[in-house]
Design a protein around this ligand. Structure first.
Ligand code: ZN
Length: 292
């Protein structure tokens, strides 16, 4: 299992595992598509490994089972939102003896979607879990995780991937051309998952290719009511601009694509979406209505 990037987190957990100081519950938080779930699975595997291997090759029975994706003592829960019945089931199951390993691990995705009831069903188990049972919760919206859950877990924040790291992940998971990959990496803002999403969706965006209709464009941009939509939109626009630049050699298009990269970076901070959309609209009209 190869985890790209996150050297600091690897070091933290490597040390904790080696010194046998692993806490029983963690929340791994950070932007979507940066490899948190993969990391949590690697941790679950390390917890069960008979040789204490973490991110290194091991052929012990537990690791072989874990690599097959069917280890009966590694539970991956991806239900979103987590329903109360499932939360109760996890809590009850946690107290059963492991089936083949000496320990058990739970990887629970979307910790920010736990409602009050589901959270309540998990609280006691998170607080006083049975010995040798470990929980790795995952979220890309840490502030939305209920306080009661947060207070029972150690939080580890995962940073963004570098462009090289995103490129490494994307290249091994996509059959797109180098140019397309390069464009997706450039607008990924450190999320490999996002770059992959963009590669899959680059051709699906409608408006840019057509004759520009300012009213249509206005409503299209107006409908981008959250940052993810804005990112996706800018990303496909970016892909379109580069493509058009290659055909026409028009430098304005290249400038605009660089401008898009800049504003995508600004989006990481707290900019007003209204101002952002207005900027984007004006600039898009200005550039795309030019004859090129
Ligand atoms: Zn092993």
């Amino acid at each position: 299992m190869k985890i790209i990037g996150h050297e600091k987190e690897k070091e933290i957990f490597g040390r904790v595992l080696k010194e046998n100081r692993l806490h029983h519950a963690y929340i791994l938080s950070g932007r979507e598509g940066t490899g948190k779930k993969l990391f949590a699975k690697a941790l679950a595997k390390a917890v069960l490994c008979e040789n204490g291997a973490f991110l290194t090759d091991c052929k012990c029975r537990q690791c072989v089972l874990a690599d097959s994706g069917a280890h009966p003592d590694i539970h991956i829960i991806e239900e979103s939102p987590l329903k109360i019945d499932k939360a109760r089931e996890i809590s009850a199951d946690a107290f059963m003896t492991p089936l083949t390993a000496r320990k058990k691990a739970y990887v629970i995705d979307s910790a920010d979607t736990f409602g009050q009831e589901a959270a309540n069903a998990l609280l006691k188990t998170l607080e006083e879990p049975p010995a040798d049972t470990y929980f790795f919760l995952i979220t890309s919206r840490y502030p939305q995780v209920l306080h009661t859950i947060r207070s029972r877990c150690i939080s580890i924040g995962f940073g963004l991937l570098s462009d090289d790291e995103v490129c490494e992940v994307v290249s091994s998971n996509s059959d797109k051309t180098d140019d397309e990959i390069k464009a997706a990496v450039a607008i990924s803002s450190g999320s490999a998952g996002y770059a992959l999403y963009m590669l899959e969706n680059m051709e699906k965006q409608p408006t840019f290719g057509k004759t520009l209709n300012p009213v249509e464009l206005f409503f299209e941009i107006e409908s981008l009511d959250d940052k993810e939509k804005v990112r996706a939109y800018c990303a496909s626009l970016y892909g379109y601009l580069l493509e058009k630049y290659k055909r026409t050699g028009n430098e304005t298009l290249l400038d605009f694509s660089n401008y898009l990269l800049d504003i995508l970076k600004r989006l990481e901070y707290n900019v007003s979406l209204d101002i952002f959309r207005l900027d984007l609209y004006i600039k898009t009209i200005e550039v795309l209505s030019e004859k090129s």
